[in-house]
Design a protein around this ligand. Structure first.
Ligand SMILES: [Zn+2]
Length: 304
């Protein structure tokens, strides 16, 4: 990723919007997550490349966010999404996965790693250096015997649906931001979406604007063709050992989040939905494309 190019394109986007009278944002760079402004002088140290989705789930640097947002999202939400995907794969005993496990006998607890082989064969590794020698000897002589049945417990993973959900939303929001900049995402309508991402424990948006439902279209950004949930469907892939596809709806500002959410829930698995690919135009720097997108977002009504 060319950080400078990305930075310059964002500035051009702001300038085009200002020149067209479509925005009053007057700033050098605005972090898309916290919407704070950063002057050119502090970009080098305060603005960072953001992997979308997160690096641990196969993401690549796609856009720029401020250092604070990048780091707080990493520890507050990204890690939860990573562990929830890890958990899905562990439950499925996906080949190539491994997990930390432990075994209890009396007062002694032995720690190890359980690996799932290519044929879903299981291999239990015990690192003797990281276990109490007495416990290890006891297990070795009395418990881990051939043909014996051992009660193995998974090491608890971080679990928090709201935090994982915030990470899922953040990815979709940043995919959309990378393509469309501040064109409509600077609307205060999206403040609640940004707040939800940055404050995952708070109940700001209805759950949930996304689904893991089987998605038959390619990764990308799509426009919904139903005004009841007029907005953007963002489809993307999370990669760990397996492939996990996510479909997120980011509504346009005239649609209430709750009604968009209710519409998404009514979509049945495997039933095609009416969507169109976001045209391959430059929605950051091309004034005509920007105006068209803006019109698509705002220039419609359910009332005739
Ligand atoms: Zn920020």
């Amino acid at each position: 990723m060319d950080k400078l190019l990305c930075y310059n394109r964002s500035l051009t986007n702001l300038a085009v919007l200002r020149d067209a009278g479509l925005s009053s944002l007057d700033s050098d760079y605005i972090c898309p997550l916290c919407m704070r402004s950063f002057s050119k002088e502090c970009v080098r140290q305060d603005i960072t490349e953001e992997h979308v989705p997160q690096k641990s789930l196969g993401g690549i640097p796609l856009t720029l966010t401020c250092k604070d947002c990048n780091s707080s999202c990493g520890s507050d939400i990204d890690v939860y999404l990573f562990e929830s995907i890890q958990r899905i794969e562990q439950r499925a005993f996906l080949p190539g996965t491994d997990r930390r496990v432990s075994m209890q006998e009396g007062d002694g607890r032995l720690y190890g790693t359980l690996k799932v082989g290519e044929n879903q064969d299981l291999l239990l590794n015990i690192d003797t250096k990281h276990n109490n020698p007495k416990t290890w000897n006891y297990f070795h002589d009395n418990i881990l015997l051939e043909d014996s049945i051992i009660d193995i417990q998974d090491f608890p993973l971080k679990q928090d649906v709201r935090r994982s959900s915030a990470a899922i939303l953040k990815n979709a929001y940043l995919f959309l931001f990378a393509r469309t900049g501040y064109t409509f995402l600077s609307d205060t309508y999206y403040d609640s979406l940004r707040k939800q991402i940055m404050n995952p424990d708070a109940f700001i948006l209805p759950e949930r604007l996304w689904t893991f439902q089987n998605v038959s279209v390619q990764d990308g950004i799509y426009l919904t063709q139903d005004n009841h949930y007029r907005g953007f469907i963002i489809v993307y892939t999370l990669k760990l050992h397996g492939i996990h596809r996510v479909c997120v709806l980011i509504p346009t500002p005239k649609v209430e989040y709750l009604s968009a959410c209710m519409c998404l829930r009514t979509i049945e698995p495997h039933v095609p939905i009416r969507i169109l690919s976001l045209p391959n135009e430059d929605f950051l720097c091309d004034a005509t494309a920007i105006a068209r997108l803006k019109e698509w977002c705002y220039g419609w009504s359910l009332v005739f």
